[in-house]
Design a protein around this ligand. Structure first.
Ligand code: ADP
Ligand code: ASP
Ligand code: MG
Length: 403
């Protein structure tokens, strides 16, 4: 049996945690399994590296950022190999270059394209425990790339798919996937299982327990995932295609604070103006999320939309220098906002979910700025300071803690 196990940063944060993980790896190895392990950088290493960059350059090149950020994962795998060797077991660490984990060109948010299995398979043949750096890849220029924050989950799922692994386990600092972030909602409930589609929505809407690309890949290659704690033996949550449980009306609540809102005011109310605005943004690689257009009045209209906080400055500069071309009069922005969402496969056939969500927010006296819906989710934009309260209020109102 071949097992892929991924351990996040907090699971390998210090010496004791490293040995704790080494022993969990050995449970499989001693049972005679082939073990491939993906590790993240220890503890807050990635944030610390980002802080160092901020001291030195306020407009850092993405290439050099990736070169730097990828070092965190390399420390982890080498230290883990040394820990396993200290315990008397054969282990080898590999970085993305050594494996050949090929990605798209984009620095900072690259996509895995192709993984070469040869080196890993050779090391497994030699009875080695194989430790692979998460989060990083190599692009066509042989430069180091990274997969976006939280990307080690994606490395693990991609490896599990490429190696046709029998199991893919994601170990983290909570027992599994909960109905809401258990650090914010005390009575959040651990889900025994969740479908790829629901998990993908939750992950994309801010539940960072899994990187959203990892869920996308798991669905595409039908890799069943287990999310569980590296610190307890609790069962964890299974992420898979179909769940035996009845489709839940609402399976979880998530908040995303990495959101900013921009309003472009007084745009000429004519065909093509929305196209002008959004093509300007997309040409510059700025993704737009919730969009709201006002009713045209006196020949003009307003378009309000959200972007990731990291894109706000670029978006504003673009709009400012193109106001005339867009035939708009002015713009406003606000980065103290957050998106709060409910997700559930069952809501497609139930009209009452939105009403209930708005009722919860009304009872908690929280104002809604924008609303967006899809088949299995409803999102609202609220002030950032209200985000946690909104999650708690909605979670309470849907009684997600009591199952
Ligand atoms: P790792 O370093 O192991 O990758 P992360 O910090 O990326 O861990 O993700 C785990 C964290 O995700 C948890 O500590 C928890 O606070 C947060 N989280 C957010 N939403 C959820 C949820 N619905 N279920 C479980 N954890 C969640
Ligand atoms: N170390 C990277 C990060 O902090 C990748 C990961 O943890 O998955 O985002
Ligand atoms: Mg993570």
């Amino acid at each position: 049996m071949l097992v892929v196990k991924k351990f996040g940063g907090s699971s390998v944060a210090n010496k004791d945690r490293v040995f704790n993980v080494a022993n969990r790896i050995l449970e499989d190895y001693k049972a005679g399994h082939q073990v491939v392990v993906v590790l993240s950088a220890q503890g807050d290493t990635t944030d610390e590296l980002l802080a160092k960059v901020a001291e030195i350059n306020d407009n850092p090149s993405k290439r050099e950022m990736d070169m730097l950020l990828a070092t965190g994962e390399q420390q982890s795998v080498a230290l883990m190999a040394l820990a396993l060797q200290a315990l008397g077991y054969p282990a080898v660490s590999l970085n993305a270059f050594q494996v050949a984990m090929n990605t798209s060109r984009t620095y900072g948010n690259a996509r895995l394209k192709e993984i070469n299995k040869d080196r890993i398979e050779m090391e497994l043949e030699r009875k080695n425990i194989v430790l692979v750096t998460g989060f990083q890849g190599i692009n066509r220029y042989e430069d180091v790339t990274t997969l976006g924050r939280g990307g080690s989950d994606t490395t693990a799922v991609a490896l599990a798919a490429a190696l046709n692994a029998d199991k893919c386990e994601i170990y983290t600092d909570v027992d599994g996937v909960y109905t809401a972030d258990p650090r914010i909602v005390k009575d959040a409930h651990k889900l025994e299982e969740i479908t790829y589609d629901e998990m993908l929505e939750l992950a994309s809407l801010g539940a960072k327990v899994l990187h959203n690309r990892s869920v996308e890949l798991a669905k595409k290659y039908n890799v069943e995932l287990v999310v569980r704690s590296s610190l307890t033996q609790a069962e964890g949550t299974i992420v898979k295609e179909e769940c035996k449980m009845e489709k839940m009306l609402v399976s979880g609540v998530a908040a995303d604070k990495d959101v900013a809102r921009i309003a472009v005011i007084g745009i000429q109310d004519r065909p093509g103006k929305a196209f002008d605005l959004f093509s300007l943004l997309s040409k510059n690689n700025i993704s737009v999320d919730i969009i709201l257009q006002s009713i045209g009045r006196d020949g003009t209209k307003d378009i309000t939309f959200t972007v990731a906080k990291g894109d706000l400055q670029d978006a504003i500069k673009l709009i400012e220098s193109n106001l005339e071309h867009l035939e708009a009069s002015s713009f406003l922005f606000d980065d103290n906002v957050a998106k709060v969402s409910v997700v559930g496969a069952g809501m497609a056939s139930n009209a009452g979910v939105a009403t209930k969500m708005f009722e919860a927010l009304y009872d908690a006296d929280i104002n809604i700025h924008m609303i967006s819906t899809s088949e299995i989710k409803i999102s609202v934009l609220v002030s950032e300071k209200d985000a946690d309260d909104a999650v708690v209020a909605i979670h309470d109102h849907f009684k997600l803690g009591v199952r």
